[in-house]
Design a protein around this ligand. Structure first.
Ligand code: ZN
Length: 248
């Protein structure tokens, strides 16, 4: 059975890195934002692609509509970590996992207890004033109407999220690549690996076990020594529970 095989791989791994995408958070009720633009366009009588809706130029030129979409489709304050987030936090606690690299911006890995998390696209939980650079939590976005302004200086508050047309944070990339290049096991989960720069990151892996867990096929399936096309929350939850049981 493939979950048994995953448990066996976890058992002999001491430097696991997990690379995850939107699929990791679907069991927490957070849909991939790419699927959210259709309804939004209908509601606001626009015709924008998902990429345009979260682009730097849209934020700059049309901040009212940007925040309308952003509040509606990108921020999920009530979302809770699912079995995958919890399993990864447990693996870190056991000393087996060294880092989570994520494309998600929901902060659920930290909520689950993970300590080393490289957020390639930032986090909706952090926001800053574009004028005085004061930092704010997510409440300032949710509790304001229209464009959120800094209570201190009146500047526009921007989510600490990497928008399209913006560069990823170099320090975060460097640390993520370093972690991947040192890993003995790389688990790629909940991503089809088509989003830049995900596919490129995998090339840095030189360890023993490449595992792919995703509902549909990915570009890495061919190279992987274990591929599981199934719900990642279920798979990771079961595999880590079995590992804990074996070690108890
Ligand atoms: Zn300010």
């Amino acid at each position: 059975m493939s979950i048994q095989k995953l448990t066996d791989i976890l058992k002999e791994s001491h430097n696991i890195v997990f690379f995850g995408g939107a699929g990791v958070s679907t069991a927490s009720g957070i849909p991939d934002f790419r699927s959210a633009n259709g309804l939004w366009n209908q509601k606001y009588k626009r015709n924008l692609s998902p990429e345009e809706l979260v682009s730097a130029s849209f934020f700059r030129n049309d901040p009212e509509d940007f925040f309308e979409f952003y509040r509606d489709k990108l921020v999920y304050p009530k979302a809770k970590p699912n079995a995958c987030h919890l399993a990864l936090a447990k693996l870190e606690q056991m000393g087996r996992l060294k880092a989570v690299v994520t494309q998600n911006i929901d902060g659920l890995h930290q909520k689950a207890g993970s300590k080393t998390v490289y957020e390639l696209h930032g986090s909706v939980l952090r926001n800053y004033c574009t004028r005085c650079h004061a930092f704010y939590g997510v409440d300032v976005i949710l509790e304001s109407k229209g464009v959120p302004h800094c209570p201190e200086c009146g500047g526009i508050i921007k989510p600490d999220v990497v928008l399209y047309e913006e560069m990823l944070d170099e320090t975060v990339i460097r640390k993520a690549v370093q972690a991947i290049s040192r890993a003995d096991t790389l688990i790629i989960g909940g991503t089809s690996l088509v989003v830049y720069p995900a596919a490129g990151f995998v090339r840095y892996f030189r360890g023993r076990h490449l595992v792919v867990i995703n509902m549909s096929a990915t570009q890495a399936d061919e190279e992987a020594d274990l591929v599981i096309h199934d719900d990642i929350a279920r798979v990771m939850g079961k595999a880590v529970a079995a590992l804990e049981e074996a070690e108890a």
